[in-house]
Design a protein around this ligand. Structure first.
Ligand code: SD4
Length: 329
């Protein structure tokens, strides 16, 4: 049996996601892709508690949009929200006072686009999508990315709000540089979706660490670290201290572990274990969280510390799921 068919057949028998019409048809073990993919419901998950974003993505899927449209438009909700101070408009600036955005997107064909250290553009994710679709490249950085955005019709916007400006002025009084990772809530948004055809796409967007060194780039725009999609297997997105995710190529690792047979939950746990089990790991002082989704619509989430959560929209209902974590007493 071809390897591709084998993966799908074994996954089906494990999860029992085959629709009753397939079972009733007494279909032999060879697998009818068209029938099976129709049996998978659209599903959206994202990091943290962003129900407006998952609802938007779900609406796109309900209106016949594909997974790529869904994740793009879903995360755009947070990019446009000035009260979310880690994404898009109203993101906290770097230590020079500039808001610099990182984002990437990946589709069912494994195509991807990314922008790093992008300034003055609210929807970094849409620029990343344009990089994927309209250029021969995967990643554009800094001024080149901004120039490309203007050429593509995006408008210049000051991303610093009164609130983030005030916080920055306050920070400058001491300007201690220590990357601070919010262990509790409200952070980078990473989103995964399966559409009605059973295809998976993902997106990740952030302003990165508050008061980071100018030019610092985290995991979020790095394909394989902040996000990875393999439409044959599933997808993963990361949040937390990007340096630690990059060092273990976290999202790619999770997807590869799922390919080897681990459930999304087991794969996320193993990827966190790789970080905390490193010699002299300083994991007590930073957070990393992963969410993952496989082709059958099974999800997983795991973090180093408590209070990481995943928002899941299945059947149109948002559910906030507290993630299990490594540092349990
Ligand atoms: C970064 N991973 O720039 C991002 C920040 C983040 O939760 O996810 N915070 O390192």
């Amino acid at each position: 049996m071809q390897r591709r068919k084998f993966i799908k057949n074994s996954a089906l028998s494990i999860t029992g996601i085959v629709s009753s019409s397939i079972i009733a048809s007494n279909r032999p073990s060879t697998f009818d892709e068209n029938l099976t993919i129709k049996s998978i419901k659209p599903l959206v998950v994202c990091t943290w508690n962003f129900p407006n974003a998952t609802s938007k993505a779900r609406e796109v899927l309900n209106n016949g949009g594909n997974a790529l449209d869904a994740v793009e438009q879903g995360v755009m909700i947070e990019e446009a929200d000035p009260t979310n101070e880690t994404v898009g408009l109203g993101g906290r600036p770097d230590r020079d006072g500039n808001v610099t955005l990182d984002a990437c997107i990946m589709n069912k064909e494994g195509k991807c686009g990314s922008v790093v250290a992008l300034q003055n553009i609210v929807h970094a994710i849409s620029v990343a999508r344009k990089v994927m679709e309209n250029t021969p490249h995967v990643m554009l950085a800094g001024r080149g990315a901004e120039k490309f955005a203007y050429e593509s019709g995006f408008k210049k916007t000051n991303l610093l709000t009164e609130s983030t400006k005030k916080q920055y002025e306050e920070w400058k009084k001491t300007s201690n540089y220590k990357p601070i990772i919010n262990i509790e809530n409200h952070d980078t948004i990473g989103m995964l979706a399966i559409d009605i055809n059973g295809d998976i796409a993902g997106a990740c967007t952030t302003s990165g660490l508050a008061y980071k060194m100018a030019g610092r780039v985290g995991d979020s725009p790095i394909i394989g670290s902040g996000l990875f999609i393999d439409n044959e297997i599933g997808g993963c997105v990361a949040t937390g201290l990007g340096e630690e995710v990059v060092k273990t190529v976290g999202s790619f690792l999770v997807v590869e572990l799922m390919r080897q047979g681990k459930t999304p939950q087991e794969a996320c746990e193993e990827a966190i274990n790789r970080i905390v089990n490193k010699p002299n790991s300083d994991y007590k002082n930073f957070q990393v969280g992963y969410i993952a989704l496989n082709k059958q619509g099974v999800t997983g989430a795991y973090a180093i510390h408590q209070y990481f959560s995943m928002t899941k929209n299945q059947d149109g209902i948002n559910e906030s799921i507290q993630s299990d974590y490594f540092t349990k007493p």
